[in-house]
Design a protein around this ligand. Structure first.
Ligand code: SIN
Length: 340
């Protein structure tokens, strides 16, 4: 089946973000008093991103005392998916770690290659891309959209959940699936005969509980900490895609910091991201055990043949990206994966 990517939708500037930006402008480091760095994210504290942000906060405090104050705002309490990138550009928050999937619609479509199904078979493979020249080039692309990319973080492989096991292509027919705003992810679900519905992460559980949508995908730590087991009784370990993050800051805020503080923050973040990647692997294993022991969710492991069936059905999505404007990026990512 042929697929074509629609152009990225222009993002509206919300009134909330404009108002907040107006009061936030003094957040630029003025050389007087402590510098406040608000780090907003949409997931729970006990996830790879949540733990990494708190570790970064602790490291900065240890090294700079009260001079550089990192405030961590989890669970979409400060900004959610709909407005966090816009808030960063406007100066209403200083640091975010959106999932890589969310940069495509924010004007950096190169990041959509990370959403391709079955491109990565384990999170550790992604590091070959993110820690090499391709990863650095991708971070530089963010500058065109008023974001300064500071590094990458894993969550893990995504799995699919619904009211029924999802082993064969026919199982997906007619599902209404909550997805992140990514054209590649939308194409993936359409290829399986399901209807993607873009919703902010914070609304996922409620939308599943009320029946607005009846399926979703996420790594295990997000599935566990969002309490999705109580509304999605069947979890199929498809491992069909990767979910990771890029940490970004506002370039004007960054430029207002003395070089020594930029170095301190960069070093602290590098250490926090390395630790965050170790936690990601650990939390992925722990979440599976917790789901099996503490919730009533039924966990299904598709057979190789079933996995191949899904892979075949999704081949068109990769072909769509190969032939589209991001085709060269996909080639570069594949080359990085093969490099010794
Ligand atoms: C996240 O892990 O930051 C959210 C992922 C999602 O929106 O599904």
């Amino acid at each position: 089946m042929p697929f074509a990517l629609p152009p990225p939708a222009p993002r509206a500037v919300t009134r909330r973000a404009l108002l907040a930006a107006a009061v936030a402008l003094p957040a630029l480091a003025s050389g007087r008093g402590p510098v406040r760095l608000r780090f907003s994210h949409v997931v729970a504290p006990d996830t790879p991103k949540g733990r990494m942000a708190l570790h970064f906060q602790a490291l900065v405090h240890e090294r700079a005392g009260d001079r550089l104050r990192v405030e961590v705002h989890p669970d979409s309490q400060l900004w959610g998916d709909d407005d966090e990138i816009e808030a960063l550009r406007l100066g209403a928050v200083e640091m975010l770690a959106p999932s890589l999937s969310k940069f495509g619609m924010a004007g950096v479509p190169e990041f959509e290659v990370f959403d391709l199904p079955y491109l990565f078979s384990e999170a550790a493979q992604v590091r070959r891309v993110t820690e090499g020249p391709v990863g650095q080039a991708l971070l530089r692309r963010l500058e065109r959209q008023q974001m300064l990319g500071l590094g990458f973080l894993d969550n893990g492989l995504k799995h699919m959940s619904a009211q029924r096991p999802l082993r064969r292509v026919a199982d997906f027919a007619g599902l209404r699936v909550r997805v992140q705003a990514s054209r590649v992810i939308e194409a993936q679900w359409r290829a399986l005969g399901a209807q993607p519905v873009v919703l902010p992460f914070a609304e996922t559980r409620r939308a599943l509980a009320s029946g607005v949508v009846n399926a979703t995908e996420n790594p295990l730590s997000n599935f566990l900490t969002q309490g999705l087991a109580s509304v999605q009784p069947q979890l199929t370990l498809t491992g069909h895609g990767y979910l990771g993050y890029a940490v970004v800051t506002n370039p004007r805020f960054w430029a207002s910091l003395p070089m020594a503080d930029q170095r301190l923050l960069t070093d602290a973040l590098r250490a926090a991201l390395a630790q965050g990647n170790r936690w990601a692997a650990e939390l992925d294993r722990d979440a599976l055990l917790a789901l099996q022991r503490q919730t009533g969710v039924a966990v299904h492991q598709p057979s190789e043949a079933e996995r191949d069936g899904l892979r075949r059905a999704l081949r068109g999505v990769s072909q769509m990206v190969e032939r589209g404007p991001q085709g060269q990026w996909l080639k570069d990512v594949r080359a990085a994966l093969l490099a010794k």
